[in-house]
Design a protein around this ligand. Structure first.
Ligand code: TA6
Length: 311
């Protein structure tokens, strides 16, 4: 369906709520942040239009949120929101040649527009957004491309990011869904799916090693890129008695990151006290050894799907 906002009259300017679809409203908060609220029979969600950033997703059969959102996340125009699923595109980490450009690319701080909304056969809500080619976006990348995101919110959360190369020569990108998952405590979890995979340890100048076991965490900063890793993985949480399954396609790397106490304390938006202990980033990625080359006229799609198994 095309998106026709129906303004609900009689509301003050600041709390304008536009009903875009039976299960989707568009609102604006006191900081001017525009976001979508989704409430369907299967789940609720919240997506900031800046960065097409899923900030919240809560299947209705669960009591604990699946995504972590910092209690002191900053909602500032042009700044990334700490938590949920920030989009990293068209580079991952620092820009390869220009340190003045924001880390993880600009897609997460640029406005996106809603292109279509519909319901799936299962009753989930599917929203298609396109990144706006603003002057800031063009300043950071003057190149003809199209970037769309399809977010499907239901018992599962699925995100598909499609990059189309509209130029006459190959387009090389790095990208990720930099997803912050909500866990009971970092000491209660282990992650499977990386056995026998080579990783590059960012804390050891990208030194390469092989992972032989399930990942476990001692509370120190953990920042590893598992390269040539196209398999699914899972977060086993003995505190919440659940497993978060992370399925993916179009991705050949996975990043696992937790800042640890010291770095979290210096970041300013990782929440209060020990809030950093309640999240782990498992990022569906293409970066380092696994950059993506998109030939002229071709489209590449990065996909992730999150589902929950209660124990
Ligand atoms: O994905 C891990 C990482 O690259 C870490 O090194 C840390 O910088 C984290 O991303 C957060 O990055 P951000 O730019 O969102 O603060």
């Amino acid at each position: 369906m095309t998106v026709e906002a129906t303004l609900q009259h009689g509301q003050p300017e600041m709390t304008k709520r536009m009903q875009l679809h039976a299960h989707v409203s568009q609102l604006q908060d006191e900081n001017g942040l525009q976001y979508l609220e989704i409430d369907n029979p299967l789940a609720t969600g919240k997506i900031a239009l800046q960065g097409a950033h899923v900030m919240q997703w809560q299947p209705k059969f669960l009591s604990d949120p699946v995504l972590w959102l910092s209690s002191n996340a900053r909602y500032i125009k042009g700044r990334s929101i700490r938590g949920g699923t920030p989009i990293c595109w068209p580079w991952f980490g620092a820009h390869p040649t220009d340190s003045t450009l924001c880390p993880h690319g600009f897609a997460r701080v640029i406005p996106w527009r809603v292109m279509d909304i519909d319901a799936t056969q299962t009753g989930a809500t599917r929203i298609i957004l396109e990144m706006q080619q603003t002057p800031e976006a063009q300043r950071q990348l003057s190149y003809p491309y199209e970037l769309t995101l399809t977010i499907t919110i239901g018992r599962r959360l699925r995100i598909d990011m499609a990059t189309t190369n509209l130029a006459e020569h190959p387009f090389v990108i790095g990208e990720a869904f930099h997803t912050y998952f909500n866990v009971s405590d970092i000491s209660n979890i282990h992650i499977t799916g990386m056995q026998d995979c080579v990783y590059m340890d960012k804390l050891l100048r990208y030194e390469r090693n092989v992972e032989h076991n399930a990942l476990a965490f001692d509370g120190k900063e953990y920042d590893r890129v598992y390269v040539n890793h196209s398999a699914d993985c899972a977060i086993h949480d003995s505190g919440y008695n659940r497993i978060i399954h992370i399925a993916k396609s179009g991705s050949d790397a996975t990043v696992v990151w937790n800042p640890g106490a010291e770095k979290a304390g210096s970041m300013g938006d990782m929440g209060t006290a020990d809030e950093w202990r309640k999240t782990i980033c498992v990022e569906t990625t293409n970066a380092l050894d696994n950059m993506v080359v998109i030939n002229p006229g071709r489209k590449h799609t990065l996909s992730a799907e999150y589902s929950i198994e209660t124990l």
